[in-house]
Design a protein around this ligand. Structure first.
Ligand code: ADP
Length: 627
């Protein structure tokens, strides 16, 4: 292949430009990133060698120093890359991570000085070499392929060059021509320090040249392995430092740019033997719900051999915010990635992991409520899915969910246990209202009766709540009852409703006729104290905010008919009743329609015809002031 020059993809160019021209607080991490890439490459080659023993070799990562030429080299004997892979991976395909990284810098206004911490987390680690080097040369040969090796080189400005080269060993070598101010990275002690700090747990030996002067003052250079290679998940928690946890989390977390809240060690023996190190996350990335950032699964090792970093079957979906590593002693080494999905060992591990995580969350909610609240704000939406999907653990999950409520200040959330313990003795059920945000449920007239009774009402304002409530029947032997749905049972209501229907029969009949086709029923109720009327939903129908949400997503949903409930105590009802009947007041239609629109507005729903509403209100106002 003749030498040719290729342009970097625009986003990559922008990123490189930042790398080259910024001043950093901590450039050391470039080494961590390149070593992590080298270790990943060896993981892949080692996996292949399980089925093709000819590919097995003494896995290692070696660092070379040329003080005179100011060149630092990192070499691995991992999987290597083909020509196309080189072009794609380091230059022309701007991965979602690159874009996300640039966007994050823009949005957060993070200064370039903080950038190094975030680089690895966005999967743009290779480019960090340009923080310390004015030119980078990469030579690589794909393991198990006859294609010639490839040399890629660039100064990071606009384009890179690519050509064949004569490297014969499989793997990748990265040569960095260090900038003048980066010469400290030519010192073995400096490199050793960085490796101890960030890459100690890497399973493969990482060697750094060590110069020894013998008695005759002759210098000999040997390669010294500087990392302990002890897999972090096999170590005693008491011996792991926070720096080690942090750097490992950065390495394995699927959530770019975040910190962890708590490491969880599991050492299972007996029926199923495995070790795991998992992390509860502290904060969600800004793009948590974007599909390509969604949880990929846990990393799976078998007897310390890396198998896959996307084992979805190890965790239920609703715990997909957990990152970590599972190392199984039971699975065969040559387990194929495909069969993991229905493997009984994996299923057992999943069960153990799930209950351990739920147990840790319970400890957190009991002992560290402040951090739990923060955690729940970020990940509660995801955790709640379990209420509907994991029936075995539903009872445990009920103790982990938090909700806002009518009697709770806006910035606080309560548990179901707290709700129940604050219930007056005569309160028959757990009441809730669903809606799209606190402000819209707060002003719903349906709350009035409950406020008067001294009952609290849970505010369920996540889109997922409506779905979850379909399977939440009871908590602490109390039924869940939606206050905006049909079927609310209130003692003594029947007589009041019957009496009102007789007393105000004229307006009831009028409204039934006027709103025919729009509502399934018009009736009196006792759930209102201040408002003249409200709309409720039939038991099985979607709440109106959900109907709107589905339509916004272009999903066809039938428009469910609502029930209009009137407040017999409200003076407006008595007045309208007087207007209805034989000598019907000509303005009654306007009044009725304003009433309807108000019912929509007060539950946070839009009104269909704003112009007609404004016209009706204006005309009635003019009449009111006698014009
Ligand atoms: P990430 O490693 O997070 O995917 P990088 O920018 O660090 O992002 O690397 C981009 C890609 O280049 C890697 O995913 C990998 O496919 C390839 N790559 C980088 N370094 C090596 C290496 N030493 N050996 C083989 N492939 C590598």
């Amino acid at each position: 292949m003749a030498k040719r020059s290729c342009e970097f993809k625009t986003e990559v160019s922008q990123l490189l430009n930042l790398m080259i021209h910024s001043l950093y607080s901590n450039r050391d991490i470039f080494l961590r990133e390149l070593i992590a890439n080298a270790a990943d490459a060896i993981d892949k080659a080692r996996f292949d060698s399980l089925t093709d023993p000819a590919q097995a070799r003494d896995w290692k990562i070696s660092i070379g120093i040329d003080k005179e030429a100011k060149i630092l080299t990192i070499t691995d004997n991992g999987i290597g890359m083909t020509e196309q892979e080189v072009i794609d991976n380091v230059g022309t395909i701007a991965k979602s991570g690159t874009r996300a990284f640039l966007k994050m810098l823009e949005e957060k206004g993070t200064s370039a000085a903080d950038m190094p911490e975030m680089i690895g987390q966005f999967g743009v680690g290779f480019y960090s070499a340009f923080m310390v080097a004015s030119k980078v040369e990469l030579r690589t040969k794909r393991s198990g392929s006859d294609a010639p090796a490839v040399c890629w080189s660039s100064t990071g400005e606009g384009s890179f060059e690519i050509e064949s080269c004569d490297r014969t060993e499989p793997g990748t070598e990265i040569k960095m021509f260090l900038k003048d101010d980066a010469e400290m990275y030519l010192e073995s002690w400096k490199l050793t320090g960085i490796i101890h700090k960030y890459s100690d747990y890497i399973e493969y030996p990482i060697t750094v040249p060590e110069v020894k002067v013998d008695e005759d003052k002759k210098e000999t250079v040997t390669e010294k392995t500087v990392n302990s290679q002890k897999a972090i998940w096999l170590r005693k928690p008491s011996e792991i430092t926070e720096d080690e946890y942090k750097s490992f989390y950065t390495h394995i977390s699927n959530f770019a740019g975040t910190n962890y809240l708590k490491p969880i060690h599991i050492s299972a023996e007996g029926v199923s033997e495995f070790k795991a190190l998992l992390f509860l996350p502290k904060e969600a990335p800004f793009n948590l719900l974007m599909p390509d950032i969604q949880k990929k699964g846990l990393q799976l090792y078998v007897k310390r051999v890396f198998i896959t970093d996307e084992c979805k079957a190890l965790l239920p979906d609703y715990l997909r915010f957990v990152s970590g590593v599972v190392d199984s002693g039971d699975l065969p080494l040559n387990v194929s990635r495909e069969i993991l999905q229905d493997n009984p060992h994996i299923a057992k591990i999943e069960k153990t992991i799930t209950s351990k995580i739920l147990g840790e969350l319970k400890k957190l909610i009991e002992n560290d409520r402040e951090n739990y609240d923060l955690f729940f704000t970020e990940f509660g939406k995801i955790l709640k899915e379990g209420l509907h999907t994991d029936f075995t653990n539903a009872e445990k999950l009920k103790d982990l969910v938090l909700y806002g409520s009518m009697n709770t200040p806006e910035d606080k959330k309560i548990t179901l246990a707290e709700y129940v313990s604050a219930m007056p003795e005569n309160q028959p059920a757990i009441y809730y209202i669903t809606g799209d945000k606190r402000e819209s449920v707060e002003s719903n007239p349906g709350l009035e009766y409950f406020r008067k009774q001294g009952y609290d009402v849970l505010f369920m304002t996540d889109p997922i709540d409506e779905w979850v409530m379909q399977s939440m029947n009871q908590y602490a032997k109390k039924n869940f009852v939606s206050i905006t749905k049909d079927g609310l049972e209130i003692d003594g209501a029947e007589e009041t409703v019957k009496a009102a229907a007789e007393k105000y029969g004229k307006i009831l009949e009028y409204l039934k006729k006027e709103f025919e086709g729009k509502v399934s029923e018009v009736r009196f109720s006792v759930r209102l104290t201040e408002s003249p009327c409200c709309l409720i939903t039939e038991g099985s129908a979607l709440a109106p905010h959900m109907e709107r949400l589905f339509r916004a997503m272009n999903q066809a949903v039938p428009e469910s008919k609502r029930i209009l409930e009137l407040n017999p105590e409200h003076p407006l009802i008595a007045a309208l009743n007087d207007m209805a009947g034989d000598a019907e007041n000509p303005d009654l239609k306007k009044y009725a329609n304003v009433l309807w629109d108000q019912a929509l507005l007060s539950e946070g729903s839009p009104i269909k015809d704003t112009a007609a509403f404004v016209k009706n209100v204006t005309e009635l106002m003019l009449k009111g002031i006698g014009k």
